[in-house]
Ligand binder design. Structure first.
Ligand SMILES: *Cc1c(COP(=O)(O)O)cnc(C)c1O
Length: 447
């Protein structure tokens, strides 16, 4: 039988060149650290196609839109339409993890609570909403209906809704990105189509349909839903396709989180420098959300911040792209990995090539986690802190344990601040939240 070749190389060759692949292929939990890290080197930043100015522009755009967001979504009015989550110290969780994983956990542990972000209920409120708003701004400015100095809250008026209803938005998604585009898109009056991969949850499709979104269902995975969605959208000149694999707008929407986090740490009196490093653990699907946030954080703190992405053992697309150097030239399926995970938003077989390129010298590493551990962490977090998140959002919590067991990393942890980025949960129906928790409790008992 002829052996399957991947980009012209045999599996043996790949493993010889990138030994960690042998564990990755057998679904083992691994920590990969990045040899290409050049995060204190100005050149690593200067050569990138996006820069600090782009992040600041994105921040200003969010500020311009805040009055509109406050008007469309009254739940955001207390923060004047700024969509931001709390940064919460979770010391009880740290102690629970120390007992559960017999790990010596140094430093302080915080949760970045994007699980409770308003409007979209997940981290997609940063990227997805931003891209819709930016597109709406471009159309409105271009038509002469709006000027940049205007109070953008006028865009909730009927005149604008009617204008936007002449345009459409489309997106391919495993669920949460679709929710963010659908909710903001329809709130402005756009016609929205969401192309959903097979793993997308029924309640997300129902929620979108209840808002008038057209949901197209696929029997294949995320990459296929994106590809089909892109193909169909290109045929319609009035349609804007939100391209999760390539979009710089999504990426920049996410990046603004870094500026906001800096303000939150300042308010807590926490200084970040080389002697007091910041470790941030970001669940990764296609890479846009963790990539954009990493990009922002590195511009602020350079080598004083260490960004680690987390992927399910069954969907380690960013890890294989970075570790092999082949970026989006390879998919997990190429290596016989099945891309089946219960972590919503994380079932992605091929990472964004655009993101891979931007972060390849900035990211400190990637670790993988088994689905069962996601449920255990979720249950531990609820018991210790009373905070409810969805399974994928729990992935970052393992970060401090993973690093404490790595000899090289462990020596940096003495004065560290760890931030586990909780990425979703608020919109999950109550009975599903209960099932997640009970599954976690069951798994904790079995041990
Ligand atoms: C989308 C998502 C992620 C990952 O974001 P990517 O941009 O796909 O890498 C992580 N967690 C949740 C809950 C998400 O919805």
């Amino acid at each position: 039988m002829e052996q399957q070749r991947i980009l012209g190389k045999s599996m043996e060759q790949w493993i010889l060149e990138t030994p960690i692949l042998s564990e990755v292929i057998s679904y083992k939990q691994v920590l990969w650290t990045n040899d290409k890290l050049k995060d204190n080197d100005n050149e690593a930043y200067e050569k990138l196609e996006l820069n600090w100015k782009d992040i600041r522009e994105a921040e200003e755009r969010w500020n311009r839109f805040a009055p509109l967001i406050a008007r469309l979504f009254p739940e955001t009015a207390p923060k004047q339409g700024i969509i931001e989550s709390n940064l919460t110290e979770i010391e009880k969780m740290k102690n629970a993890m120390r007992d559960q994983y017999t790990a010596e956990l140094k430093g302080r542990l915080f949760l970045k609570c994007d699980n409770s972000l308003p409007v979209a209920g997940s981290i997609k409120a940063r990227g997805g909403l931003y891209e819709v708003l930016k597109h709406a701004e471009k159309l409105a400015l271009g038509s002469g209906l709006l000027k940049e100095q205007d109070d953008y809250s006028v865009m909730a008026d009927e005149k604008y809704r009617e204008f936007f209803s002449g345009y459409s938005l489309a997106v391919g998604s495993t669920g949460n990105l679709g929710l963010s585009i659908g909710i903001m898109g329809t709130a402005l009056g756009f016609r929205v189509t969401v192309h959903m991969s097979a793993d997308a949850k029924q309640w997300k499709k129902d929620l979108l349909r209840s808002k008038g979104v057209t949901v197209v269902e696929y029997e294949s995975d995320y990459s296929k839903a994106v590809e089909e969605g892109r193909r169909l959208a290109l045929q319609d000149p009035m349609c804007h396709f939100v391209d999760d694999e390539h979009s710089k707008d999504l990426f920049l929407g996410y990046s603004v989180a870094a500026i906001r986090l800096k303000h939150q740490l300042d308010a807590l009196g926490i200084t970040v420098d080389r002697e007091h490093p910041l470790f941030v653990y970001l669940p990764c699907g296609v890479g846009g959300a963790p990539g954009g946030i990493c990009f922002g954080l590195k511009h602020i703190w350079k080598d004083a911040v260490h960004c680690f992405f987390v992927e399910p053992t069954h969907s380690p697309c960013m890890l294989i792209g970075l570790a092999t150097g082949a970026n989006d030239g390879v998919s997990v399926q190429d290596f016989g990995i099945d891309n089946i995970t219960e972590g919503d938003g994380l079932a992605v077989g091929r990472a964004s090539g655009f993101v891979g390129k931007v972060i390849e010298e900035l990211i400190s590493g990637v670790y993988t986690i088994e689905d069962d551990e996601l449920y255990k962490l979720l249950a531990l977090l609820k018991d210790s802190e009373g905070i409810e998140i969805e399974p994928s959002a729990a992935a970052g919590l393992m970060g401090p344990c993973v690093l404490s067991k790595d000899e090289k990393a462990a020596r940096y942890l003495e004065n560290a601040v760890h931030i586990a980025w909780a990425t979703g949960g608020a919109f999950v129906p109550a009975e599903m939240k209960r099932d997640f928790y009970e599954k976690g409790k069951r798994l904790l008992r079995i041990e």
